[in-house]
Design a protein around this ligand. Sequence first.
Ligand code: TYD
Ligand code: MG
Length: 446
Amino acid sequence: MPRPKILFQCQSCGYTAPKWLGKCPDCGSWNSFVEEERVTKLRSSETAVPVVLSEISHSKENRHSTEIKEFDRTLGGGVVPGSVVLIGGDPGIGKSTLLLQALKGLTKSGRVLYVSGEESPEQIKMRAERLHVKSSDIILLPETSLEGIISSAQDIKPQAVVIDSIQTIFSLELPSAPGSVSQIRECATKLMFFAKKYGIPLFLIGHVTKEGAIAGPRVLEHIVDTVLYFEGDKGGPFRILRAVKNRFGSANEIGVFEMTEYGLKEVDNPSQLFLAERPIDVPGSVVTASLEGTRPLLVEIQALACVSSFGIPRRTALGVDYNRVNLLIAVLDKRIGMHLGAMDIFVNVVGGLKVDEPAVDMAIIAAVASSFKNKAVDPATFVFGEVGLSGELRAISQAEMRIKEAAKLGFKRGLIPAGNISSLKGHDIEIIGVKNVQEALEILFF
Ligand code: TYD
Ligand code: MG
């Protein structure tokens, strides 16, 4: 019997089934199945020749600069020729703006191509005027067919290509609609081969789903070399570019930008910025030193503990892991005897930042305790350390770097895990090593 030509494919994970399903058995998403045609043709690729590792001539990666320091750093030190970078983010967060500005920097080495399937050249021109981008080396291509894009790119021979966005591009060879899993996968793969073959850096803009993941199959993230997320509070001016995967640099690296009237501006000293509006002598505010990639960042953690007026108290965590906050509240309850069972507790990281390393545990505990006791923490003190379930403070990585950043910004005292003390060099500021949460809270609120 011939295999049926039609199959149903989950649009969020790529799972296929012979008939329509309401819920994907693989990823659990509802109503995500769409009818697609089976692709049976195997596409051949050029055969490669095996080479001996030691005989590969090592050309020192000649990265190109986008002239935006924060962007270059997030990429691991500039744009690598032939690399494929996927940038995801909410609509309106500034992805098109960022890439137009980055392209301007890349025109130094020649012509660049901006493919837009979403906006007309006039719209892009209007944006370019706002950004003062006037280069005659930026070529716009309002095209959505993959074959058209590749043939134009072969003619133009650009130094970099931006595809805005990958969801709008479709291949004429596939019958399914633009934005479907098979289209996205096919287009991304073909574009990737193109980029690698000609050594052209390629930027793909990707939409995100309501849950915040890049729309389309996870395979998209596997195909590309680097995945960046552009995030931030749309109401506020700050935007953070975060690397979550990077074959050419450290993942978790971040770049901080400010959205202004004339486009995105780099923020040189983000720690200072995130602490700029810090309330002094107000209970529930604690500063910690978090490490984002290779860069230490001082952030303010705020907490509010108030008596709940409902049967089930509320717990809200913004910018930190919700489960982590619950765990730390339990530690406070059991090990310190701070009864928070009837309290609503809100924890927030100032500036729309997300921190997800355990080193901020101690700051969350201190902020909650400070709000509960209604006693402010000394504004010149910072804390960091991972908290274990028995209330012990565990050593964390790169303590030295974090302390230096805090000292630079005028902090006078640091409470850090005792286990980190032996690895430190001398400091001008007072550093206190503490073994457990109890000890730390005694010092903070004696
Ligand atoms: P855009 O780059 O179009 O977002 P995306 O491509 O991620 O959907 O940015 C749109 C937002 O940025 C819009 O709300 C206006 C704002 N913006 C500025 O504030 N200043 C500027 O100079 C530009 C170009 C945009
Ligand atoms: Mg856009």
